[in-house]
Design a protein around this ligand. Structure first.
Ligand SMILES: Cc1cc2nc3c(=O)[nH]c(=O)nc-3n(C[C@H](O)[C@H](O)[C@H](O)COP(=O)(O)OP(=O)(O)OC[C@H]3O[C@@H](n4cnc5c(N)ncnc54)[C@H](O)[C@@H]3O)c2cc1C
Length: 413
Protein backbone atom coordinates (compact mmCIF):
# COMPACT_ATOMS: atom_id res chain seq x y z
CA UNK A 1 0.00 0.00 0.00
CA UNK A 2 1.25 3.38 -1.05
CA UNK A 3 0.93 5.29 2.22
CA UNK A 4 3.34 2.89 3.92
CA UNK A 5 6.10 3.69 1.43
CA UNK A 6 5.75 7.47 1.65
CA UNK A 7 7.69 7.91 4.88
CA UNK A 8 10.66 5.73 3.91
CA UNK A 9 14.06 7.38 4.00
CA UNK A 10 16.22 7.29 0.86
CA UNK A 11 18.41 4.63 2.50
CA UNK A 12 15.37 2.46 3.31
CA UNK A 13 13.91 2.87 -0.18
CA UNK A 14 17.18 1.81 -1.82
CA UNK A 15 17.71 -1.17 0.51
CA UNK A 16 14.11 -2.29 -0.01
CA UNK A 17 14.50 -2.10 -3.79
CA UNK A 18 17.77 -4.01 -3.93
CA UNK A 19 16.35 -6.75 -1.66
CA UNK A 20 13.25 -6.98 -3.84
CA UNK A 21 15.42 -7.39 -6.95
CA UNK A 22 17.49 -10.08 -5.21
CA UNK A 23 14.34 -11.98 -4.18
CA UNK A 24 12.56 -11.69 -7.53
CA UNK A 25 15.63 -12.44 -9.67
CA UNK A 26 17.50 -14.99 -7.56
CA UNK A 27 15.41 -16.50 -4.75
CA UNK A 28 11.95 -16.84 -6.37
CA UNK A 29 13.27 -18.66 -9.50
CA UNK A 30 15.35 -20.95 -7.26
CA UNK A 31 12.27 -21.91 -5.21
CA UNK A 32 10.17 -22.43 -8.34
CA UNK A 33 12.74 -24.68 -9.99
CA UNK A 34 14.38 -26.41 -7.04
CA UNK A 35 11.68 -26.52 -4.37
CA UNK A 36 12.59 -30.16 -3.59
CA UNK A 37 15.87 -29.03 -2.04
CA UNK A 38 13.96 -27.93 1.05
CA UNK A 39 13.45 -31.64 1.78
CA UNK A 40 17.05 -32.75 1.22
CA UNK A 41 18.03 -34.66 4.38
CA UNK A 42 21.59 -33.39 4.04
CA UNK A 43 21.35 -29.87 5.54
CA UNK A 44 24.42 -28.70 3.60
CA UNK A 45 22.62 -29.48 0.33
CA UNK A 46 19.51 -27.40 0.95
CA UNK A 47 20.40 -23.82 0.15
CA UNK A 48 22.91 -23.53 -2.71
CA UNK A 49 25.91 -21.35 -1.98
CA UNK A 50 25.08 -19.08 -4.92
CA UNK A 51 22.07 -17.73 -2.96
CA UNK A 52 24.24 -16.64 -0.03
CA UNK A 53 26.79 -15.25 -2.51
CA UNK A 54 24.07 -13.14 -4.12
CA UNK A 55 23.01 -12.01 -0.62
CA UNK A 56 26.64 -11.03 0.03
CA UNK A 57 26.67 -9.02 -3.20
CA UNK A 58 24.10 -6.67 -1.66
CA UNK A 59 25.72 -6.87 1.82
CA UNK A 60 22.67 -8.19 3.66
CA UNK A 61 24.61 -10.83 5.64
CA UNK A 62 26.60 -8.19 7.53
CA UNK A 63 24.04 -5.53 8.43
CA UNK A 64 24.63 -4.00 11.83
CA UNK A 65 28.41 -4.32 11.52
CA UNK A 66 30.14 -0.94 12.07
CA UNK A 67 31.57 0.72 8.98
CA UNK A 68 35.08 0.79 10.49
CA UNK A 69 35.11 -3.02 10.21
CA UNK A 70 33.79 -3.03 6.65
CA UNK A 71 30.09 -3.40 7.45
CA UNK A 72 27.13 -1.49 6.08
CA UNK A 73 26.13 0.85 8.87
CA UNK A 74 22.50 1.90 8.68
CA UNK A 75 21.39 5.30 9.96
CA UNK A 76 21.34 4.67 13.76
CA UNK A 77 18.22 6.80 14.20
CA UNK A 78 16.16 4.51 11.99
CA UNK A 79 18.19 1.31 12.14
CA UNK A 80 15.50 -0.94 13.63
CA UNK A 81 12.84 0.17 11.13
CA UNK A 82 15.39 -0.43 8.35
CA UNK A 83 16.08 -3.93 9.69
CA UNK A 84 12.31 -4.53 9.60
CA UNK A 85 11.94 -3.31 6.02
CA UNK A 86 14.82 -5.45 4.79
CA UNK A 87 13.80 -8.54 6.80
CA UNK A 88 10.27 -8.33 5.39
CA UNK A 89 11.57 -8.19 1.83
CA UNK A 90 13.86 -11.19 2.29
CA UNK A 91 11.16 -13.26 4.02
CA UNK A 92 8.77 -12.38 1.20
CA UNK A 93 11.14 -14.59 -0.81
CA UNK A 94 12.02 -17.17 1.84
CA UNK A 95 11.75 -16.91 5.60
CA UNK A 96 14.39 -19.58 6.27
CA UNK A 97 16.91 -17.56 4.27
CA UNK A 98 15.83 -14.47 6.21
CA UNK A 99 16.36 -16.36 9.51
CA UNK A 100 19.87 -17.27 8.48
CA UNK A 101 20.80 -13.66 7.73
CA UNK A 102 19.02 -11.80 10.52
CA UNK A 103 20.76 -13.84 13.24
CA UNK A 104 23.95 -12.09 12.12
CA UNK A 105 22.36 -8.63 12.40
CA UNK A 106 20.98 -9.36 15.88
CA UNK A 107 24.24 -10.79 17.20
CA UNK A 108 26.11 -7.86 15.60
CA UNK A 109 23.97 -5.46 17.65
CA UNK A 110 24.75 -7.48 20.80
CA UNK A 111 28.51 -7.50 20.11
CA UNK A 112 28.51 -3.78 19.33
CA UNK A 113 27.04 -3.17 22.77
CA UNK A 114 28.80 -5.77 24.93
CA UNK A 115 31.97 -7.21 23.37
CA UNK A 116 35.49 -5.95 24.05
CA UNK A 117 36.92 -3.86 21.20
CA UNK A 118 39.48 -6.48 20.10
CA UNK A 119 36.75 -9.15 19.90
CA UNK A 120 34.52 -6.86 17.85
CA UNK A 121 37.42 -6.23 15.51
CA UNK A 122 38.16 -9.95 15.20
CA UNK A 123 34.60 -11.16 14.61
CA UNK A 124 33.27 -8.28 12.56
CA UNK A 125 36.30 -8.42 10.27
CA UNK A 126 35.84 -12.20 9.89
CA UNK A 127 32.11 -11.78 9.26
CA UNK A 128 32.76 -9.31 6.46
CA UNK A 129 35.66 -11.20 4.89
CA UNK A 130 34.53 -14.80 5.30
CA UNK A 131 31.77 -15.53 2.85
CA UNK A 132 28.92 -17.49 4.44
CA UNK A 133 29.99 -17.01 8.07
CA UNK A 134 26.96 -17.14 10.38
CA UNK A 135 26.35 -16.32 14.04
CA UNK A 136 24.02 -18.02 16.53
CA UNK A 137 22.46 -17.00 19.85
CA UNK A 138 22.04 -19.87 22.34
CA UNK A 139 19.56 -19.50 25.18
CA UNK A 140 17.20 -22.46 24.90
CA UNK A 141 18.04 -25.74 26.64
CA UNK A 142 16.25 -29.07 26.93
CA UNK A 143 14.90 -27.71 30.22
CA UNK A 144 12.90 -25.18 28.17
CA UNK A 145 12.95 -21.59 27.00
CA UNK A 146 9.85 -20.06 28.58
CA UNK A 147 11.52 -19.98 31.99
CA UNK A 148 14.08 -17.66 30.43
CA UNK A 149 11.41 -14.99 30.20
CA UNK A 150 10.22 -15.10 33.80
CA UNK A 151 10.29 -11.53 35.15
CA UNK A 152 11.24 -12.56 38.67
CA UNK A 153 14.21 -14.41 40.07
CA UNK A 154 13.27 -18.05 40.64
CA UNK A 155 16.17 -20.34 41.62
CA UNK A 156 14.40 -23.32 40.00
CA UNK A 157 14.40 -21.52 36.64
CA UNK A 158 18.20 -21.17 36.47
CA UNK A 159 20.00 -22.55 33.43
CA UNK A 160 21.36 -26.07 33.44
CA UNK A 161 24.31 -25.00 31.32
CA UNK A 162 27.01 -24.07 33.81
CA UNK A 163 30.14 -21.96 33.35
CA UNK A 164 32.82 -22.27 36.03
CA UNK A 165 35.61 -19.78 36.47
CA UNK A 166 38.99 -21.52 36.19
CA UNK A 167 42.56 -20.34 35.62
CA UNK A 168 42.48 -17.63 32.95
CA UNK A 169 39.00 -18.38 31.72
CA UNK A 170 35.74 -20.28 31.94
CA UNK A 171 34.75 -23.93 31.53
CA UNK A 172 31.30 -24.47 30.02
CA UNK A 173 29.22 -27.64 30.38
CA UNK A 174 25.67 -28.10 29.09
CA UNK A 175 23.43 -28.38 26.04
CA UNK A 176 21.57 -25.84 23.90
CA UNK A 177 18.70 -26.83 21.61
CA UNK A 178 16.49 -25.36 18.85
CA UNK A 179 19.19 -22.81 17.96
CA UNK A 180 18.80 -20.82 14.70
CA UNK A 181 21.96 -21.30 12.61
CA UNK A 182 22.99 -23.77 15.34
CA UNK A 183 24.10 -26.33 12.77
CA UNK A 184 26.19 -23.95 10.64
CA UNK A 185 27.40 -21.06 12.79
CA UNK A 186 31.05 -20.07 13.19
CA UNK A 187 30.40 -18.17 16.41
CA UNK A 188 27.98 -18.93 19.25
CA UNK A 189 26.78 -16.53 21.93
CA UNK A 190 26.16 -18.88 24.86
CA UNK A 191 24.21 -18.18 28.06
CA UNK A 192 25.22 -20.12 31.16
CA UNK A 193 24.64 -20.19 34.89
CA UNK A 194 27.64 -18.74 36.73
CA UNK A 195 26.08 -18.29 40.19
CA UNK A 196 24.20 -21.46 41.13
CA UNK A 197 21.39 -20.65 43.55
CA UNK A 198 20.92 -17.02 42.55
CA UNK A 199 18.34 -17.60 39.76
CA UNK A 200 18.10 -16.55 36.14
CA UNK A 201 18.10 -12.79 36.44
CA UNK A 202 21.20 -12.48 38.58
CA UNK A 203 23.05 -15.69 37.85
CA UNK A 204 23.26 -15.84 34.06
CA UNK A 205 26.35 -14.84 32.10
CA UNK A 206 27.00 -14.78 28.35
CA UNK A 207 30.08 -15.90 26.43
CA UNK A 208 31.45 -15.88 22.92
CA UNK A 209 32.33 -19.42 21.87
CA UNK A 210 33.95 -19.95 18.45
CA UNK A 211 32.82 -23.15 16.69
CA UNK A 212 36.31 -24.65 16.62
CA UNK A 213 36.67 -24.46 20.44
CA UNK A 214 37.53 -27.93 21.85
CA UNK A 215 34.57 -29.24 23.85
CA UNK A 216 31.94 -27.64 21.58
CA UNK A 217 30.10 -30.24 19.54
CA UNK A 218 27.30 -29.59 17.05
CA UNK A 219 25.16 -32.62 17.80
CA UNK A 220 22.39 -32.42 15.21
CA UNK A 221 20.42 -30.41 12.70
CA UNK A 222 16.75 -30.32 13.68
CA UNK A 223 14.22 -31.19 10.98
CA UNK A 224 11.57 -28.48 11.28
CA UNK A 225 8.06 -27.97 9.86
CA UNK A 226 9.04 -24.67 8.21
CA UNK A 227 11.84 -22.15 7.62
CA UNK A 228 13.82 -25.17 6.48
CA UNK A 229 16.53 -23.25 4.61
CA UNK A 230 17.83 -22.15 8.01
CA UNK A 231 19.59 -25.05 9.69
CA UNK A 232 18.40 -25.13 13.28
CA UNK A 233 20.77 -27.06 15.54
CA UNK A 234 21.63 -28.54 18.89
CA UNK A 235 25.00 -27.92 20.55
CA UNK A 236 26.71 -29.78 23.36
CA UNK A 237 29.41 -28.28 25.59
CA UNK A 238 31.73 -30.60 27.48
CA UNK A 239 34.50 -28.95 29.51
CA UNK A 240 34.53 -26.30 26.79
CA UNK A 241 37.17 -23.74 27.76
CA UNK A 242 37.03 -20.10 26.68
CA UNK A 243 39.53 -17.44 27.77
CA UNK A 244 38.40 -14.84 30.27
CA UNK A 245 37.99 -12.08 27.67
CA UNK A 246 35.31 -14.17 25.88
CA UNK A 247 32.89 -13.27 28.67
CA UNK A 248 30.32 -10.81 27.27
CA UNK A 249 28.41 -10.09 30.41
CA UNK A 250 28.68 -11.51 33.93
CA UNK A 251 25.61 -12.12 36.11
CA UNK A 252 23.11 -9.90 34.35
CA UNK A 253 23.38 -11.28 30.84
CA UNK A 254 19.61 -11.58 30.37
CA UNK A 255 18.78 -7.97 31.20
CA UNK A 256 21.77 -6.73 29.17
CA UNK A 257 20.51 -8.80 26.23
CA UNK A 258 17.52 -6.45 25.91
CA UNK A 259 19.61 -4.72 23.20
CA UNK A 260 19.26 -8.00 21.29
CA UNK A 261 15.70 -8.94 22.26
CA UNK A 262 13.96 -5.69 21.25
CA UNK A 263 15.31 -5.52 17.67
CA UNK A 264 14.90 -9.30 17.62
CA UNK A 265 11.14 -9.12 18.17
CA UNK A 266 10.78 -6.43 15.52
CA UNK A 267 12.77 -8.43 12.99
CA UNK A 268 10.75 -11.53 13.86
CA UNK A 269 7.46 -9.72 13.24
CA UNK A 270 8.85 -8.26 10.01
CA UNK A 271 9.90 -11.67 8.65
CA UNK A 272 6.49 -12.96 9.59
CA UNK A 273 4.90 -10.05 7.71
CA UNK A 274 6.99 -10.92 4.63
CA UNK A 275 5.51 -14.44 4.67
CA UNK A 276 2.00 -12.92 4.79
CA UNK A 277 2.75 -10.50 1.94
CA UNK A 278 3.96 -13.39 -0.19
CA UNK A 279 0.77 -15.37 0.59
CA UNK A 280 -1.35 -12.35 -0.35
CA UNK A 281 0.53 -11.63 -3.58
CA UNK A 282 0.35 -15.26 -4.75
CA UNK A 283 -3.31 -15.56 -3.80
CA UNK A 284 -4.40 -12.33 -5.45
CA UNK A 285 -2.71 -13.44 -8.67
CA UNK A 286 -4.34 -16.86 -8.45
CA UNK A 287 -7.89 -15.59 -7.89
CA UNK A 288 -7.54 -13.21 -10.83
CA UNK A 289 -6.41 -15.93 -13.25
CA UNK A 290 -8.34 -19.03 -12.17
CA UNK A 291 -11.96 -19.65 -13.17
CA UNK A 292 -14.68 -21.60 -11.42
CA UNK A 293 -18.44 -21.49 -12.03
CA UNK A 294 -17.88 -19.61 -15.28
CA UNK A 295 -16.04 -16.64 -13.75
CA UNK A 296 -12.78 -15.58 -12.16
CA UNK A 297 -12.51 -16.65 -8.55
CA UNK A 298 -12.25 -13.05 -7.41
CA UNK A 299 -15.70 -12.36 -8.85
CA UNK A 300 -17.21 -14.75 -6.33
CA UNK A 301 -18.10 -12.58 -3.34
CA UNK A 302 -16.93 -15.05 -0.70
CA UNK A 303 -13.49 -15.15 -2.32
CA UNK A 304 -13.26 -11.35 -2.59
CA UNK A 305 -14.26 -11.05 1.04
CA UNK A 306 -11.45 -13.38 2.13
CA UNK A 307 -8.97 -11.35 0.12
CA UNK A 308 -10.12 -8.22 1.93
CA UNK A 309 -9.71 -10.05 5.24
CA UNK A 310 -6.12 -11.02 4.34
CA UNK A 311 -5.25 -7.45 3.32
CA UNK A 312 -6.74 -6.04 6.51
CA UNK A 313 -4.77 -8.38 8.76
CA UNK A 314 -1.54 -7.61 6.87
CA UNK A 315 -2.14 -3.88 7.17
CA UNK A 316 -2.89 -4.13 10.89
CA UNK A 317 0.34 -6.11 11.47
CA UNK A 318 2.33 -3.58 9.45
CA UNK A 319 0.86 -0.63 11.36
CA UNK A 320 1.68 -2.12 14.75
CA UNK A 321 5.12 -3.21 13.55
CA UNK A 322 5.96 0.32 12.30
CA UNK A 323 4.87 1.81 15.61
CA UNK A 324 6.90 -0.78 17.56
CA UNK A 325 10.00 -0.23 15.39
CA UNK A 326 9.66 3.52 15.92
CA UNK A 327 9.45 3.01 19.69
CA UNK A 328 12.66 0.94 19.69
CA UNK A 329 14.48 3.39 17.40
CA UNK A 330 13.48 6.30 19.63
CA UNK A 331 14.10 4.33 22.86
CA UNK A 332 10.56 5.02 24.07
CA UNK A 333 9.47 3.68 27.43
CA UNK A 334 6.73 1.59 25.77
CA UNK A 335 9.14 -0.22 23.43
CA UNK A 336 9.09 -3.45 25.49
CA UNK A 337 5.32 -3.66 25.33
CA UNK A 338 5.10 -2.70 21.67
CA UNK A 339 7.78 -5.03 20.34
CA UNK A 340 6.23 -8.00 22.17
CA UNK A 341 2.78 -7.01 20.90
CA UNK A 342 4.06 -6.74 17.33
CA UNK A 343 5.77 -10.13 17.49
CA UNK A 344 2.85 -12.02 18.99
CA UNK A 345 0.15 -10.28 16.91
CA UNK A 346 2.05 -10.94 13.69
CA UNK A 347 2.43 -14.63 14.55
CA UNK A 348 -1.32 -15.08 14.99
CA UNK A 349 -2.59 -12.86 12.18
CA UNK A 350 -0.19 -14.02 9.48
CA UNK A 351 -1.04 -17.65 10.23
CA UNK A 352 -4.68 -16.73 9.47
CA UNK A 353 -3.58 -14.96 6.27
CA UNK A 354 -1.74 -18.11 5.19
CA UNK A 355 -4.71 -20.29 6.07
CA UNK A 356 -6.89 -18.15 3.79
CA UNK A 357 -4.28 -18.48 1.04
CA UNK A 358 -4.28 -22.25 1.49
CA UNK A 359 -8.07 -22.45 1.28
CA UNK A 360 -8.44 -20.10 -1.67
CA UNK A 361 -5.99 -22.25 -3.66
CA UNK A 362 -8.20 -25.31 -3.19
CA UNK A 363 -6.33 -28.56 -3.80
CA UNK A 364 -3.47 -26.58 -5.37
CA UNK A 365 -2.80 -25.23 -1.90
CA UNK A 366 -1.78 -28.68 -0.73
CA UNK A 367 0.69 -29.32 -3.58
CA UNK A 368 4.37 -29.02 -2.63
CA UNK A 369 5.42 -27.66 -6.04
CA UNK A 370 2.95 -24.75 -5.81
CA UNK A 371 4.53 -23.32 -2.65
CA UNK A 372 1.43 -22.16 -0.75
CA UNK A 373 1.59 -24.92 1.84
CA UNK A 374 5.23 -23.88 2.41
CA UNK A 375 4.10 -20.40 3.44
CA UNK A 376 1.62 -21.92 5.88
CA UNK A 377 4.33 -24.17 7.33
CA UNK A 378 6.76 -21.27 7.57
CA UNK A 379 4.12 -19.16 9.34
CA UNK A 380 3.62 -21.78 12.08
CA UNK A 381 7.25 -21.43 13.15
CA UNK A 382 6.68 -17.84 14.28
CA UNK A 383 4.37 -19.03 17.06
CA UNK A 384 7.44 -20.53 18.74
CA UNK A 385 10.43 -18.35 17.90
CA UNK A 386 11.49 -15.70 20.44
CA UNK A 387 8.88 -16.84 23.02
CA UNK A 388 5.50 -18.52 22.64
CA UNK A 389 2.18 -16.67 22.35
CA UNK A 390 1.31 -17.16 26.02
CA UNK A 391 4.75 -16.18 27.27
CA UNK A 392 4.66 -13.07 25.03
CA UNK A 393 1.29 -12.12 26.57
CA UNK A 394 2.86 -12.62 29.97
CA UNK A 395 5.65 -10.19 29.04
CA UNK A 396 3.17 -7.61 27.75
CA UNK A 397 1.16 -7.73 30.97
CA UNK A 398 4.31 -7.62 33.05
CA UNK A 399 5.55 -4.52 31.23
CA UNK A 400 2.18 -2.83 31.70
CA UNK A 401 1.62 -3.85 35.33
CA UNK A 402 5.12 -4.38 36.77
CA UNK A 403 4.01 -4.10 40.38
CA UNK A 404 1.48 -6.88 40.21
CA UNK A 405 1.94 -9.20 37.22
CA UNK A 406 5.71 -8.99 37.52
CA UNK A 407 5.92 -10.22 41.11
CA UNK A 408 7.00 -13.68 42.19
CA UNK A 409 4.25 -15.15 44.36
CA UNK A 410 6.56 -17.65 46.07
CA UNK A 411 7.27 -21.32 45.45
CA UNK A 412 4.46 -23.81 44.97
CA UNK A 413 4.20 -26.45 47.70
C1 LIG B 1 12.59 -22.61 14.46
C2 LIG B 1 13.02 -22.22 15.84
C3 LIG B 1 14.13 -21.39 16.01
C4 LIG B 1 14.58 -21.07 17.30
N1 LIG B 1 15.71 -20.32 17.43
C5 LIG B 1 16.23 -20.13 18.67
C6 LIG B 1 17.49 -19.47 18.85
O1 LIG B 1 18.12 -19.02 17.89
N2 LIG B 1 18.00 -19.36 20.11
C7 LIG B 1 17.33 -19.85 21.20
O2 LIG B 1 17.86 -19.73 22.29
N3 LIG B 1 16.12 -20.47 21.08
C8 LIG B 1 15.57 -20.63 19.84
N4 LIG B 1 14.36 -21.26 19.70
C9 LIG B 1 13.65 -21.73 20.87
C10 LIG B 1 12.40 -20.91 21.15
O3 LIG B 1 12.73 -19.65 21.67
C11 LIG B 1 11.56 -21.75 22.12
O4 LIG B 1 11.14 -22.92 21.44
C12 LIG B 1 10.35 -21.01 22.62
O5 LIG B 1 10.73 -19.89 23.39
C13 LIG B 1 9.47 -21.94 23.50
O6 LIG B 1 10.25 -22.57 24.46
P1 LIG B 1 10.20 -24.16 24.63
O7 LIG B 1 10.28 -24.76 23.27
O8 LIG B 1 11.24 -24.54 25.59
O9 LIG B 1 8.76 -24.44 25.19
P2 LIG B 1 8.37 -24.58 26.73
O10 LIG B 1 8.98 -23.50 27.53
O11 LIG B 1 8.65 -25.98 27.15
O12 LIG B 1 6.80 -24.34 26.67
C14 LIG B 1 5.84 -25.37 26.33
C15 LIG B 1 4.44 -24.76 26.46
O13 LIG B 1 4.22 -24.38 27.82
C16 LIG B 1 3.86 -23.02 27.91
N5 LIG B 1 4.47 -22.47 29.13
C17 LIG B 1 5.73 -22.67 29.58
N6 LIG B 1 5.95 -21.99 30.72
C18 LIG B 1 4.80 -21.36 31.01
C19 LIG B 1 4.39 -20.47 32.05
N7 LIG B 1 5.23 -20.10 33.03
N8 LIG B 1 3.13 -20.00 32.02
C20 LIG B 1 2.27 -20.36 31.03
N9 LIG B 1 2.60 -21.18 30.01
C21 LIG B 1 3.85 -21.67 30.00
C22 LIG B 1 4.44 -22.36 26.66
O14 LIG B 1 3.73 -21.19 26.28
C23 LIG B 1 4.25 -23.49 25.63
O15 LIG B 1 2.95 -23.45 25.13
C24 LIG B 1 13.87 -21.56 18.42
C25 LIG B 1 12.73 -22.35 18.25
C26 LIG B 1 12.30 -22.67 16.99
C27 LIG B 1 11.07 -23.54 16.84
Amino acid sequence: MDSFNKDLTEEQRLMKQSCRNFIDRVVAPFLREEWQREWNMDPAERLPDRILKAADDISIRTLGVPEKYGGVELNPETEIRSFAIIAEEIARGDSGLADKLVQNWKVAVLLRNLAAEHLQKKWFTRLVEEHGLLFAHCLTEPKGASDRWLPYNVPEAAMDTIAQKIDGGWKINGRKQFISNGFDAGLYVVYANTRPGSGMLEGTSSFLVPRETPGLEVVRCNETIGCRFMNNGEIYFSDCYVPYDHLLCEGEALSKAAVYFRPGKIIQAAKNLGVGVSAFEKTSLFVQTYERGGKMLIKHQAVASRLADMATRITAVRTLLNQAAYSVDTRSSDSDVLCNMAKVYASQEILKVCQNALELHGGMGAMLDVGIEKLYRDATIFLHMDATVDISHFKIVKAMFPETAGRYAGPEN
